[in-house]
Write a protein that binds this ligand. Structure first.
Ligand SMILES: NC(=O)c1ccc[n+]([C@@H]2O[C@H](COP(=O)([O-])OP(=O)(O)OC[C@H]3O[C@@H](n4cnc5c(N)ncnc54)[C@H](OP(=O)(O)O)[C@@H]3O)[C@@H](O)[C@H]2O)c1
Length: 437
């Protein structure tokens, strides 16, 4: 059998500890599949004394990830520390510069520095693999880089944050409020003590930035993503969506338009009959529309020690077999500059929930403002009394509007006018509808 692949693992937390355990437990099977043994020879974490449930007696210990990254004892450096700067960035750069292959699960690092790091890998003739960085255990990176080579991708979208999907699923299935579901997610360990990164959409945005580059052969541009989280979604929205034949999911969507590439993360109404609507709880799913194959949907666990380590092992297996591909699917010099489509030019249907003051003419005025912006209404849902029909009081009445396809700019202008004319109580709720087969 060929020589052992010597693996150095920086970070022995949720993913790193699972990885080291699995490489040991599955050593024989992996050696057979890869044609050579894979062995963890060196590790690094902050606390040397912590019991991680692993036998690390055969491993060299490093306190400094950068020292491990350049150690002559390793062939491949696995970065499982996290963060887009500091030790993760420094050690990955150092490893690539030292001619080591790198495997990482770090979406934040890739979203911010992916192009720079891919170029360093290319210059040094080593691979930079990151299957685990997008949707954890789902093999979407390899699918996009390899299996869909015969396709021009028109759109890629997905549920890529288990915390948000868990909250939205519980809200729908049990009729609970957002805060209660978030508290449960925290108690069960699905959400961090500070959940902002997940629930405000930034985690999904990191993953989307990477997927966009793979899908469209362009540079990564995190800052061009329109990001909106799920914290404004109420029980009323979930119930209305259900009544109208939709479910609400936090989607990351990237698509090619005439004016450039649109990247957006926001709560989205998806038809209940669509594949993505059926993804519940902490599961993730990524869908790719290819011009040759049609739609491909991959579903699986987006997080967790073993699920994520599964993806890391797939990348290590490629290294062991000597299979090298450009990190972002094409050599860095061939990546197109990212050309952003403006969000205000986004076209689609919209769900709008208004609390309309119950006074004569209010609703007629709203309809006129919509018409002025050439927004056609597909449906209008009112519960209880029709506004202004049941008396002269001023108490707000909920009204839900579903528009036909229009532009973001038109909808935003119409809502600004409606608010300015004091026709509604509070800020209107707006949720984009994604057109799905
Ligand atoms: N957890 C998941 O389900 C999941 C899923 C997909 C992707 N990822 C990605 O995988 C990476 C690791 O995530 P994780 O959940 O395993 O993180 P984690 O549990 O917080 O573990 C981080 C590890 O890094 C070590 N570390 C931190 N700073 C260090 C430093 N300066 N020098 C050396 N070691 C340092 C920590 O050491 P100590 O243990 O000594 O504190 C710990 O072992 C992240 O990029 C994350 O985004 C995670």
């Amino acid at each position: 059998m060929a020589t052992e692949l010597h693996v150095g693992v920086a970070g022995l937390g949720t993913v790193g500890a699972s990885l080291v355990g699995l490489l040991d437990k599955k050593a024989n099977a992996l050696a057979a599949r890869c044609g050579r043994p894979l062995r963890t020879v060196a590790v690094c974490a902050r606390d040397r004394t912590r019991d991680r449930g692993l036998d690390l007696s055969g491993c060299e210990w490093f306190d400094d990830p950068c020292a491990l990254a350049v150690s002559p004892s390793i062939d491949v450096f696995v970065e499982l520390i996290g963060g887009d700067e500091g030790p993760a960035h420094d050690s990955v750069r150092a490893a690539l510069e030292a001619g080591k292959h790198v495997v990482t699960a770090n979406k934040a690092l890739l979203a911010r520095h992916g192009v720079e790091l891919a170029a360093i890998a290319e210059k040094n003739g080593v691979s930079l693999n990151f299957e685990a960085a997008v949707a954890g255990g789902i093999p979407i990176v390899k699918t996009m880089r390899e299996a869909l080579a015969g396709n021009d991708v028109t759109r890629v979208y997905g549920i890529m944050n288990g915390t948000c999907n868990y909250i939205l699923t519980r809200m729908e299935q049990e009729g609970l409020g957002f805060a209660e579901c978030l508290a449960d997610a925290q108690r069960l360990g699905y959400a961090e003590a500070d959940p902002t990164f997940d629930i405000e959409g930034f985690d999904t945005a990191h993953k989307l930035a990477i997927l966009t580059s793979l899908a469209f052969g362009c540079e990564i541009d995190m800052d061009a993503i329109y990001v909106e989280g799920i914290s404004s979604i109420s029980k009323a929205d979930i119930e209305a969506a259900s009544e109208l034949g939709y479910r609400i999911k936090l989607l990351g969507v990237a698509l090619r338009t005439d004016s450039g590439i649109e990247q957006r993360v926001h709560p989205t109404m998806v038809p209940r009959s669509s594949a993505i609507a059926r993804i519940d709880g902490v599961l993730n799913a990524v869908a790719v529309d290819g011009d040759t194959v049609g739609e491909v949907v991959l579903v699986g666990p987006g997080a967790g020690g073993n699920a994520t380590a599964s993806a890391v092992i797939a990348d290590l297996a490629d290294v062991a077999r000597g299979q090298m591909r450009p990190a972002l699917g094409a050599p860095v010099g061939e990546l197109a500059p990212y050309r952003a489509a403006r969000m205000r030019r986004h076209e689609g249907g919209y769900y709008i929930r208004l609390s309309v003051f119950d006074r004569p003419g209010a609703f007629a005025e709203i309809a006129r403002i919509m018409a002025d912006e050439e927004i056609s209404l597909e449906s209008i849902v009112q519960h209880g009394r029709a506004p202004a029909a049941a008396g002269k009081g001023c108490s707000p009445q909920p009204v839900i509007l579903i528009t036909y396809e229009t532009t973001e700019a038109a909808v935003k202008r119409a809502l600004a006018t409606i608010e300015a004319q004091n026709l509604v109580d509070g800020t209107p709720q707006l949720i984009r509808i994604e057109k799905l087969a």
